[in-house]
Design a protein around this ligand. Structure first.
Ligand SMILES: *Cc1c(COP(=O)(O)O)cnc(C)c1O
Length: 222
């Protein structure tokens, strides 16, 4: 099942209408090492974790050397466990976190790549900078010594209003293009989950994070 899902998704997720390659990141929260490795054997090159404990527990069991993304809310006191092992910190949602990643990276003599998370739906339950703060957040975080900003990450709200979702996704693309116009390192707009990735890709996302459509429904009780 996982193999079929991955193969089908990789067929569908290749290029966005802007002619950019789209990266499929498997969102692996709650999944077993066996299932994650199955997805990797089927062609997954990038995986994204939400919880530091899960990331650490599974780290050595993962085969195939995928790029490891961190996509969930990250407490500053746990950053130390990720340094040097994370390909892309996607969920940089506040300055305090950016400073901690930069400080720890500097100490470890590495540069860490990150995305700035934007709370595009202005939702209280979600982290991220406000849309209008995006440019300023980029300028400030870019100036931190051991961090490199590679783009933006966002989660659209849950809504049936497709016109609204398209508007928000296009706003994200507009901000992404503004940054890219200033900075050649900017190249990821990470936006799109199982329920909305098609819409996001059409509007210019070039990185989607999928869990359910690869692994099926999550089981949280084990
Ligand atoms: C869980 C998660 C996803 C994937 O969600 P699905 O709806 O299962 O595809 C994507 N991004 C983040 C940040 C997540 O936490």
């Amino acid at each position: 099942m996982i193999e079929e899902n991955v193969k089908k998704l990789l067929e569908e997720i290749k290029e966005n209408p802007f002619g950019e390659k789209v990266t499929l990141v498997a969102a692996v929260k709650t999944q077993t090492v066996e299932d994650i490795n199955r997805a990797i054997s089927a062609g997954i090159t990038d995986i994204g974790d939400n919880h530091v404990q899960e990331f650490r527990d599974k780290y050595d069991g993962i085969t195939g050397n995928p790029n490891r993304h961190f996509i969930g809310h990250l407490q500053t006191n746990k950053v130390k466990y990720l340094i040097g092992r994370t390909y892309l910190y996607q969920s940089v949602d506040r300055y305090e976190l950016a400073e901690e990643i930069s400080k720890r990276s500097e100490r470890a003599n590495v540069t860490s790549d990150c995305l700035i998370q934007i709370n595009i739906g202005n939702e209280e339950t979600k982290g991220g900078f406000e849309y209008d703060e995006g440019l300023e957040a980029y300028e400030k975080i870019r100036a931190m010594p051991a961090l490199k900003v590679k783009g933006l990450m966002a989660m659209l709200p849950i809504s049936d209003d497709e016109a609204l979702l398209r508007d928000l996704a296009k706003k994200m693309r507009a901000l992404y293009e503004k940054l890219r116009g200033k900075d050649g390192d900017i190249r990821y707009l990470s936006m799109g989950m199982s329920g909305d990735w098609k819409l996001c890709m059409e509007c210019g996302s070039n990185m989607v994070r999928l869990g359910t459509s690869i692994f099926g429904p999550r089981h949280y009780n084990t």
